[in-house]
Design a binder for this molecule. Structure first.
Ligand code: PLP
Length: 521
């Protein structure tokens, strides 16, 4: 196969893709349906006897395609991207075909080992610390969670359990079970052995069947306080709520590097001091790398040393921005990541791997496994190998590493880097259109594929009116955000289907819709 053949193959694919992409663009980014629409399209009861596949598939257009939000429309600019690529779709189809659930090594050797290997690939590709690797001799490890919300919940629960132990100064049954030399001095692939050699992490089961986990102490939880930026994603608040502890959202400030919103060391230190003085126990800080509102970054070189010094678990939520670490030029965001206890990002946002795929790494996986381990007879097996069930909430797990493996191999890192740079370039173009127009202002400088902007005149009310007009007009789809009382609009470049003309189109729609609002001021 010559280079010429490769170009020829690519041109064929490109040609064949055109009608499909056109069909996508011919739809609207948002469907024209109202809540409850489906009751007019579906019978109220499931069929007793099989229907023709042709009929079922034929209904797809009516029931799904024409009524769903079109996330891959070139004029869809809301939220953050949800990734889609051919190799990733193929992997999901195959995963469905394999229909396996790899909760233990024995229940899915390929599912377990491909996950371990591909997460190590990602550690190198994203330039994350070597100690996160499954193949590293230390206790670090990586797992694919479903979502960033799940990953943060797991991190907070592990941090909470670690903190209870610290408070009670009681060794857990697990620590008794693992020899002191394994805990103190990590030899070989200890974490992998620990993932394999499990123990009941709860107190002895009483006669009445009641089990109380040794790290579960509501009297201590009452004093626990978690931290995040006031810019952190709502999932952090939800996760903390589910953990039954307090949350303090720290006031973010504009930092000079990106001119974006961040938590400084000073703000974090002050909060820790104040909270300790009132009898609370700070135990976790969830840093945002690429906040949802403005794509701000809590720089780890700022907050990392404070967390490490104060014994506070540092979890990094890099849901959106993490994919960009594939490119050298964005690695200013991960400086200091070696101080993180856990790190997570969504490959299903910007890395062309379909939902769901949320790689997560622990500096010391023992800390999570020792709290999430239950060991019924039917899950035990004879192998000394990783059982991923100990690092997640559910027992069952999908074969998500297959889509990382397919996507990285089929596209190659270079193509994914080009894709990420492309998202950024579209954002740069949109930001330049906003900046050079007298009617609009950037709310803060664009970062990665996100541009935050507002109308110059008319305050929040005018920009809110513009959003309302955009929603009625329906040619483009964007969502708003608000930081410290200022309402603004976010344009996130979400799909590789969006080209420069689409960006100019989005700007022209906004400009057109802004005119009556500005005139009415
Ligand atoms: N964290 C950040 C910064 C996000 O932007 C998002 C979603 O956009 C999430 C967490 C939640 O992601 P998930 O849907 O994977 O839970």
């Amino acid at each position: 196969t010559t280079d010429e053949d490769i170009r020829f193959s690519f041109s064929i694919l490109k040609e064949l893709a055109q009608p499909i992409l056109k069909a996508l663009s011919d739809r609207m980014p948002m469907p024209d349906v109202k809540p409850g629409y489906i009751k007019d399209l579906l019978p109220t009861e499931a069929p007793q006897y099989p229907e023709e596949w042709k009929t079922i598939f034929g209904d797809l257009e009516k029931v799904v395609m024409s009524t769903n939000t079109n996330w891959h429309h070139p004029h869809f600019f809301a939220y953050f991207p949800t990734a889609c690529s051919y190799p990733s779709i193929m992997a999901d189809i195959l995963s469905g075909g394999l229909s396996s659930i790899g909760f233990t090594w024995k229940s899915g050797p390929a599912m377990t080992e491909l996950e371990m290997a591909t997460l190590d690939w990602l550690v190198s590709a994203l330039d994350l610390p070597e100690h996160f690797k499954n193949s590293h001799s230390g206790p670090g490890c990586g797992i694919i969670q479903s979502t960033a919300s799940d990953a943060t919940l797991v991190a907070i629960m592990a941090a909470r359990a670690r903190a209870v132990e610290n408070v009670k100064r009681e060794p857990s049954p697990f620590l008794n079970w693992v020899t002191q030399s394994e805990v103190g001095q990590v030899v070989g692939s200890t974490i992998k052995k620990i993932l394999a050699r499990v123990t009941q992490n709860s107190e002895e089961e009483k006669d009445d069947g009641i089990i109380v986990p040794h790290f579960h102490d509501p009297t201590v939880f009452e004093k626990f306080i978690a931290y995040c930026s006031d810019q952190a994603h709502s999932s952090v608040e939800k996760d903390v709520m589910l953990c039954g502890v307090k949350l303090r959202k720290l006031k973010s400030v504009l930092e000079p590097k990106l001119n974006n919103y961040t938590v400084t060391a000073q703000v974090l230190e002050k909060a820790i001091k104040e909270d300790r003085a009132r009898g609370l126990i700070p135990f976790v800080f969830v840093a945002s790398m690429g906040s949802t509102n403005t794509c701000g970054v809590d720089f780890l070189t700022e907050v990392g040393p404070v967390c490490n010094r104060e014994g506070i678990w540092l979890h990094v939520d890099a849901a959106y921005a993490g994919s960009y670490l594939l490119c050298d030029e964005y690695r200013y965001m991960s400086e200091g990541v070696e101080m993180a206890d856990s790190f997570n990002y969504n490959a299903h946002k910007a890395m062309l791997v379909n939902f769901d795929c949320s790689p997560m790494w622990f500096k010391d996986g023992r800390q999570a496994t020792r709290y999430f381990t239950v060991d019924p007879l039917y899950l035990k097996h004879e192998h000394d190998a990783t059982d991923y069930r100990h690092l997640q909430i559910a027992l069952g797990r999908r074969f998500r590493s297959l889509k990382i493996w397919f996507t990285l191999r089929s596209l190659g890192i270079k193509a994914i880097q080009a894709h990420l740079r492309g998202l950024n370039e579209r954002a740069v173009l949109f930001a330049s259109l906003i900046e050079s127009d007298g009617d609009f202002d950037l709310f803060c400088p664009h970062h990665l594929g996100l541009v935050c902007f507002k109308l110059v005149k008319g305050g929040n009310a005018a920009t809110e009116a513009l959003l309302a007009a955009v929603n009625v007009d329906n040619r483009i789809h964007i969502v708003p955000a608000s930081v410290h009382g200022t309402f603004f609009l976010r344009l996130a470049v979400c799909t590789p289907n969006t080209n420069d003309d689409d960006i100019r189109f989005a700007f022209s729609v906004l400009k057109e819709l802004a005119q009556p609002i500005l005139k009415s001021l």
